[in-house]
Design a protein around this ligand. Sequence first.
Ligand SMILES: O=C(CO)COP(=O)(O)O
Length: 251
Amino acid sequence: MRTPIIAGNWKLNNNPEDTTKFVNAVKDQLPDSNKVESVIAAPAVDLPALLAAAKGSNLHTAAENCYFENSGAFTGETSPQVLNEMGINYVVIGHSERRDYFHETDEDINKKAHAVLDNQMTPIICCGETLETREAGKTEEWVQNQVTAALKELSAQQVAGLVIAYEPIWAIGTGKTATSDQAQEICHVIRETVKDLYDATTSDNVRIQYGGSVKPANVKDLMSKPDIDGGLVGGASLEPESFLQLVNYQD
Ligand SMILES: O=C(CO)COP(=O)(O)O
């Protein structure tokens, strides 16, 4: 059985003080972690505040990015080793904003996935097509290629434990959600891709999130789909009330 995982991705929002306030407002109303895993991915500068406030609660913590080297002459980067030492659980890898604005390649994303796993954390690996790709009827091929490249040389056991987030770029921050059927269709393609690359056990275990204008109003419908195990949520994760509605979607 796959445990549902709802993760807020704050992007470049909130300072340490906002972070503490947010966590204090939500931490006693989160579902049990074996029912739904609640995660917040915060900017690197907010992670100490996130960890301190979340301690002892059901809130899991995530970084929004990291580098693929643990140390060295890489000015401005974040060490996966240090994230692990701090107590961070997840790292979002290959978000479309990182691919687009910061020119991250499939190869970088694969190296980061290895680095996160080597440092005992769980990657949330993002994939998703542009509107142009969708309109050209090439979504499946695009997503298959991104997933295959991201998972290169990872073991079946590593893949079974990680999270893949399907985020169609045209649905991010636009208010345009993929319909739950469109999201299911591509999440199914991702699961089949994992099955082809590995085996049925691995594809049955890997968790797949949908992201792109997920809101309290549509989360239940999305989560009712067989291949959707969670959400990666931007805008609607910024307010405590809305985040609580998302993680408590089963109530
Ligand atoms: O990019 C996203 C989460 O990573 C989605 O953002 P929105 O929920 O704001 O569309």
